[in-house]
Design a protein around this ligand. Structure first.
Ligand code: ARG
Length: 583
């Protein structure tokens, strides 16, 4: 009688069949079953209400009619009617036990979750900083949120292609080359490459005011680069290489490995086709010399055009992104494309996606799901943009170093007896994990206040709290000298105490958290779930002793401990965190 991984989805399927049998098929009965407020049950269906209202029927009688068809579910659920026609489902203890027994490893959880995106290919464009410039906190947010989304998509069945869409092309390279040729300090380029490139760019910019012969010279450098002059191309290549090497140090600390770094330059020779096809399909028109796309049906974009080629014939961010979308569809056969940037690029991506959908449909290309995953600004506790004291860009390396230092101080205060090397190791996981988790734990659409004390707190919805919860479960196995990967759980009886039952129910809901976070591309749903799970575990641990004499009670409590550990570790890894044995 074991149930599949996603119990809510299973119930929805059963309800759909029951509605069919009750003769409601094709009349718009909503069979959706959702996780319920625990006061009412584990799951709830409310489709009878809207349907009865529309068809002028008695909702309770209608709900009863559906329930009468659900006989097969009675073995696993207590099914009750409530209020005007809600159908509530509560898992019986034996069904909870059976579910926990079947879903026993990360592979089994993944197999269960994979239905959501099985067989699909998703391209995720994230971090995507500009070369020859420091990555800023926005690129860090994009990296952290993007990586969590990649892992969620992969866990829910997708083949994921991680693409770092570097900003490595544009007019700024004329001034950069101009400055570089005159003022570069080779030693500084080795020790602090990006800082040095920023410095010579600033010098180049200052030395080439509008209408000056120096600006003409910088333009010539740009034209030489664009027409393949070997010296300038080699310089440009060097800018990309040193930038990427510097970015990679941050990615390493975050556990990010890109499959591709297909920057804007890669699409340089692919924009002509874009102009041609958009003109051919009648989507683009020439306006004041520029090529633009209007969307007559849209309240704003009917008047505000999407500029895809400048009047001087040059390509821009939009032309490149259109070529990028096409490449992802043709070359990667993407079913879904996700781009992660801050909310300020909202208009650009809305116009881009509207244009791409019409264009792909007109040409008969595959039309993928297109998602702009946005996030709010990062501010300090004063509400202002996060900057250094003198108003400069925060260096991400310094930020992650500070996180580790602070975590090291906390660990050393809490566990002074652990060897120094282990405390350092813990500090690395807790420090970086805290920054990642703080970024993920709140709805990404809101602005985000960067506050050290809050993100490093041992209680609350934080990385230290969850990482500590993991070590607490691990310590039970360590103290009892049991293998945490496979503790003895045979002969377990069904959960019985209030705390055991609450914990078991929470474990079953992992499927739902993954489903929601993975399809809405919002990792905070998973964070909140893990936080609640850790709370349920704490309550269980405080109330019920695990290592007791009664073999069936001990086995079921070890089972609960093991599945809690499995779920917490799987969930935290999906968010990009590393978990620990102790801390
Ligand atoms: N380089 C851009 C920036 O730093 C982000 C690029 C995002 N991806 C894209 N396909 N436009 O803001």
């Amino acid at each position: 009688m074991s149930l599949p991984f996603n119990v809510a989805a299973h119930l929805s399927t059963s309800l759909r069949a029951a509605a069919d049998q009750a003769g409601l098929a094709g009349r718009g009965f909503d069979p959706e079953v959702r996780v319920a407020d625990p006061a009412h049950g584990d799951f709830q269906a409310n489709g009878a209400l809207a349907f009865a209202k529309r068809e002028k029927l008695n909702p309770r009688a209608l709900a009863q009619q559906v329930v009468d068809q659900l006989g097969a579910l009675q073995a696993s659920f207590d099914i009750t009617l409530a209020g005007p026609g809600f159908i509530n489902f509560r898992l019986k203890p034996a069904a909870l036990l059976a579910w926990l027994q079947t879903h026993a490893s990360e592979d089994q959880l993944r197999a269960g979750a994979s239905a959501a995106h099985a067989g699909q290919t998703w391209v995720v464009d994230y971090s995507s900083p500009n070369t020859a410039k420091q990555m800023h906190v926005g690129h860090l947010r994009s990296a952290v949120i993007g990586e969590a989304i990649c892992r969620l998509l992969a866990f829910t069945g997708a083949k994921v292609i991680r693409d770092n869409h570097l900003g490595d092309w544009g007019t700024q390279f004329g001034k950069l080359i101009y400055g570089y040729k005159r003022w570069v300090d080779e030693a500084a380029l080795l020790s602090e490459p990006i800082e040095e490139l920023e410095r010579v760019y600033k010098l180049g910019h200052a030395a080439t005011p509008d209408d000056s012969p120096e600006l003409e010279e910088a333009r010539r450098e740009l034209v030489k680069l664009q027409s393949g002059d070997p010296q300038n191309v080699a310089l440009w290549k060097k800018f990309s290489d040193v930038s990427l090497a510097a970015f990679q140090q941050i990615y390493d600390r975050l556990g990010i490995v890109f499959d591709h770094n297909l920057g804007e330059s890669f699409y340089n020779d692919k924009v002509e086709r874009i102009y041609r096809e958009l003109a051919e399909t009648g989507l683009a028109e020439v306006s004041e010399g520029a090529l633009v796309v209007f969307h007559p049906e849209h309240p704003r974009y009917a008047k505000q055009p999407f500029l895809i080629r400048k009047a001087d014939g040059a390509s821009n961010y939009a032309s490149t992104d259109l070529a990028t979308a096409l490449y992802r569809v043709e070359h990667f056969a993407a079913d879904g494309i996700v781009v992660v940037t801050d909310f300020r690029q909202g208009d650009h991506f809305e116009q881009l996606f509207l244009t791409a959908k019409k264009w792909f449909a007109a040409k008969g290309y595959r039309v993928p799901e297109l998602h702009h995953v946005t996030f709010g600004a990062v501010t300090g506790e004063d509400g202002k943009a996060l900057k250094t004291r003198d108003g400069g860009v925060i260096k991400l390396k310094a930020l992650l170093d500070e996180a580790e230092e602070r975590a090291y101080a906390l660990v050393s205060a809490k566990s002074p007896d652990l060897p120094e090397a282990e405390r350092r190791e813990i500090a690395r996981a807790v420090g970086v994990g805290s920054v990642q988790y703080a970024d993920l734990a709140q709805n990404r659409s809101s602005n985000y206040v960067f506050a050290w004390d809050k993100m490093l707190a041992l209680d609350g919805n934080t990385a230290p709290y969850l990482l500590y919860a993991v070590t607490r479960v691990r310590s039970i196995f360590r103290k009892a000298d049991l293998d945490p990967a496979a503790p003895p759980t045979t002969g377990a009886s069904a959960p019985e105490s209030a705390q055991e039952l609450t914990l078991a129910r929470k474990l079953v809901q992992f499927a739902d958290a993954i489903q929601v976070a993975g399809t809405q591309l919002r990792p905070h749903f998973l964070c909140l779930y893990l936080f609640e799970l850790a709370g349920a575990y704490s309550a269980f641990y405080a109330a019920d002793k695990v290592i007791v004499d009664d073999p069936s009670v001990r086995a079921r409590r070890l089972l609960l401990c093991h599945r809690t550990l499995l779920t917490l570790e799987t969930g935290l890894r999906l968010l990009g965190l590393r978990t620990l044995e102790r801390m």
